[in-house]
Design a protein around this ligand. Structure first.
Ligand SMILES: NC(=O)C1=CN([C@@H]2O[C@H](COP(=O)(O)OP(=O)(O)OC[C@H]3O[C@@H](n4cnc5c(N)ncnc54)[C@H](OP(=O)(O)O)[C@@H]3O)[C@@H](O)[C@H]2O)C=CC1
Ligand SMILES: CC(C)(CO)C(=O)C(=O)O
Length: 323
């Protein structure tokens, strides 16, 4: 089974190291100093205080790798539309594209059934470049739970978690989903195949939608923003609006908003990825995590005053960060 991880930074590097450790046929697409380190020194993973280094096939030119059985995208959401042409050489007629990217996925309305079937999302797929370039039939959804970081070029430090939930847009337990699940499980990861992956997408998104921009706007860590009465109320209001939207789309939430916020608080003094990106001067995943939910609000005729307010603030914060 040939697996390529495109955008092998923190999450892709973590998955790549776990696969390489068990001898899987895995290739990594990366760039810059991180790629140079992967090629010269190998991929190092620091996990539970142990350091392991793996020789890996790594390139910045996917054309040299050819068609794969699985292409796992672990880019930041805003990076994907611009690199569709770089990814397509990895795709043969039977290749599966696994979308390991946070936020509302561009394929959300593929095989969902009902009145919204086939709806495209401009916030995450402007110009439909992913829908038209990849084709939604080859997509297998993935919700990424581990936390990891590129601690230096070529080195991934795992923080916590090892679950990558998988799911077909149709909810089927397909052979392609089960085969990838088996490969990831053999690498020591948790990879359940879920019949209702969209429910999990929303539970994760609940936090990213609210905690991430609030943290970037306030520079507060999760424990603080989830317990401060003012910011907790903002997060809660955003999450309730999102819940109304999601339930109109058929989602069933297994927990309530307060439990989700308490879960965020329990993570502790963690800077969300959006705050980390802001501090590092990198683009933030604003449209995939927040703009997409505002777009779904309009689609489902759901008022989203809290989400719109925070979205306006974080968009302007991003512009101010650039200039
Ligand atoms: N890190 C985490 O703990 C978690 C992340 N996620 C989600 O997972 C996804 C991936 O995040 P993460 O792993 O942190 O992101 P990273 O930025 O660490 O990894 C993406 C990598 O892709 C590289 N890249 C970008 N464009 C190209 C290109 N054209 N060719 C080759 N390489 C390229 C980046 O290089 P460069 O640095 O040069 O841009 C970077 O190394 C995001 O949606 C994120 O929200 C979800 C849960 C937790
Ligand atoms: C905030 C957290 C931990 C969960 O919402 C996260 O996923 C992120 O930092 O992007």
């Amino acid at each position: 089974m040939k697996i390529c991880i495109f955008g092998a930074g923190a999450i892709g590097g973590y998955m790549g190291a776990k696969l390489a450790a068990v001898g899987a046929d895995v290739s990594l697409v990366a760039r810059g100093p991180h790629l140079a380190a992967l090629q010269s020194k190998g991929l190092t993973l620091i996990e539970d205080g142990h350091m392991t280094t793996h020789k890996v096939r790594a390139t910045d030119d996917a054309r040299t790798l050819g068609p794969q059985d699985y292409v796992i995208l672990t880019l930041k959401a805003h990076s994907v539309p611009g690199v569709v042409d770089q990814i397509t050489p990895l795709l043969g007629p039977d290749s599966t594209l696994v979308s390991g990217v946070n936020g509302v996925p561009w394929w959300y309305f593929h095989r969902i059934g009902g009145v919204y079937e086939g709806t495209r999302l401009a916030s995450v797929d402007p110009g439909d470049v992913q829908w038209n370039g990849f084709g939604p039939d080859r997509v297998l959804g993935c919700v990424v739970y581990p936390a990891a970081e590129v601690s230096e070029p070529g080195t991934i430090t795992h923080v916590e978690g090892n679950r990558f939930s998988l799911g077909e847009p149709s909810g089927e337990k397909s052979a392609r989903a089960l085969h990838l699940s088996a490969a990831l499980t053999a690498a020591g990861l948790k990879a359940p195949v879920r019949p209702r992956l969209r429910d999990e997408i929303w539970v994760k998104l609940w936090g990213n939608l609210s905690f991430n921009p609030i943290s970037a706007l306030t520079h507060a860590t999760l424990d603080v923003l989830c317990t401060d009465p003012g910011t907790r109320a903002v997060a809660r209001a955003m999450m309730i609006e999102a819940q109304v939207i999601a339930e109109k789309l058929g989602v069933i939430f297994p927990i309530d908003v307060d439990r989700r916020i308490d879960g965020g608080a329990a993570v502790g003094a963690h800077r969300t990825s959006m705050l980390q990106d802001l501090i590092a001067g990198r683009p933030m995943e604003i449209e995939a995590l927040v703009g997409s939910v505002a777009e779904l609000g309009r689609l489902t005729h759901t008022p989203t005053p809290s989400i719109d307010t925070v979205l306006a603030l974080i968009r302007l914060r991003a512009l101010s960060a650039i200039s």
